[in-house]
Design a protein around this ligand. Structure first.
Ligand code: FIX
Ligand code: ZN
Length: 434
């Protein structure tokens, strides 16, 4: 006797609000819902206008993005020393010439710049940047932000804010104005990874800390975090961790993580974002472009999620080899939320693999993507690429479901896309539906 699959033979009551979408129409329905659903971008390096020059935008910043700098050095005889001695304009001209004129811009990051130029109806094959520069120079930032967010289909970006950054901290202390579409994050790398170089800044501000983070240092760090929580109202706390990071381990960073950061996150009801797998400065001559990737021992996640069950961990991993383990750990611990296809993962070939295995193992209980945008207009191509990559993946998941006995309505598709790109973040970060 042929096994019957669940629901086979029984007619599922029509879902309210819409009919079952025919299999042949699934791709179009998913595409339309993805385009129509404003996305919450949960990790960027963007800044709202009140941070002035910290907020990067325009063609010269787009071209001198560290992803493109790394590619430039492979297609030009210019050495990093020679390049970094140039002005920003000269650097952008050099990158445009090498990657967009002398070669075809088919890499993910180069194609992204082409997509931005096209979005503003600027020429995408000019020999120079005169017309593009003239366009961006005539934009007023607030209007430009609204236009960029509209094209990108995003409602909110979450920033990366470092209370120990000498340029950024004064902006907060001088009362940086909150912006409804830019929410803050309390970034902790200088505390958890570079304490030796930064503890004296806290001490100078009156926090009773010492070089060994001994005695009441952890309590003082907690007070520091509470004070900055009041200033920033962050969505979460965050740290980027090398591939060699492990927990537990007798390290100063782990001591502060367990005794200061995680208790503060519990007290303030904030997730902690762990971005794991950087091999810092594999080639320091490339500066921001010099970081590489390494596979981490993700048993650290098992240990953290089990040891701190009342903490919520937002996790992105940089090694392709770690992605599958991250999905398995997310199945074991509901206080673990995988997010994004980070950095070297944010390429369609890998985004497809990661997203398919996440859907297969986690359903819609994960956050598929973040942009990591450092330059405002990058959200345009990073989110159009995400929608382009996800539409076939999600519609294929629905096709398989239909073949196995259950159709979906447009309401089902809207509910799923909203969960993936909004309410998973909203519920974890108390965004209150922004
Ligand atoms: O630690 C991070 O937030 C990383 O995303 C950055 O350090 C990295 O340079 C980046 O921008 C990757 O996209
Ligand atoms: Zn980042």
């Amino acid at each position: 006797m042929k096994a019957t699959l669940p629901n086979q033979g029984r007619h599922r009551p029509q879902s309210t609000g819409a009919q079952i979408v025919e299999t042949a129409q699934l791709f179009q329905a998913v595409e339309e819902v993805l385009v129509a659903t404003p996305i919450i971008d949960i990790h960027t390096h963007l800044f709202s206008p009140s941070f002035g020059k910290l907020g990067l935008w325009g063609i010269d910043e787009l071209l001198t993005y560290h992803y493109l700098e790394a590619e430039f050095f492979r297609s030009s005889p210019t050495t990093p020393e020679q390049y970094f001695a140039l002005s920003k304009t000269q650097q952008a001209d050099a990158i445009w010439r090498a990657l967009f004129v002398e070669n075809t811009p088919i890499s993910e990051s180069a194609r992204g710049v082409v997509a931005v130029l096209k979005a503003f109806e600027l020429p995408t094959d000019s020999l120079d940047l005169a017309e593009a520069r003239a366009f961006f120079q005539t934009q007023s930032l607030e209007d430009h932000i609204q236009r960029v967010f509209g094209i990108a289909g995003i409602s909110l970006v979450v920033m990366t804010n470092d209370p120990l950054d000498p340029e950024e901290a004064p902006a907060w202390l001088n009362g940086a104005r909150e912006h409804p579409q830019f929410r803050a994050v309390l970034r902790l790398d200088k505390i958890l990874r570079h304490w030796a170089a930064h503890w004296q800044v806290l001490a100078a501000q009156g926090y009773k800390v010492d070089a060994q983070a001994s005695g009441k240092s952890a309590a003082a760090v907690q007070r520091f975090l509470f004070d900055w929580y009041e200033r920033m109202h962050p969505m979460y706390m965050a740290v980027s961790l090398p591939d060699t990071f492990f927990y537990p381990a007798e390290t100063l960073g782990n001591h502060l993580l367990a005794e200061a950061v995680l208790p503060s996150c519990r007290e303030l009801d904030l997730p902690l974002s762990l971005m794991i797998g950087v091999r810092p400065q594999a080639n320091a001559a490339l500066r921001l472009a010099g970081d590489a990737v390494g596979r981490a021992d993700l048993r650290l996640l098992e240990n953290l999620c089990r040891t701190f069950p009342k903490n919520r961990f937002l996790v992105s991993v940089l090694s392709r080899e770690n992605q599958h383990e991250l999905c398995v750990y997310a199945r074991k611990f509901s206080n673990l939320m995988p997010f994004g296809c980070w950095w070297f993962m944010n390429n369609p070939s890998i985004v497809e693999e990661i997203t398919r295995e996440r859907i297969e193992m986690l359903g819609t209980s994960f956050i598929p993507q973040h942009s990591d945008a450092r330059v405002l207009e990058q959200v345009i191509y990073k989110w159009s690429n995400t929608r382009r990559t996800l539409a076939p993946i999600l519609s294929n998941a629905y096709r398989l479901l239909a073949e196995d006995g259950r159709g979906v309505t447009r309401n089902d598709i809207q509910r799923d896309v909203t969960r993936l790109f909004r309410s998973n973040a909203d519920s974890w970060m108390n965004l209150n539906g922004h």
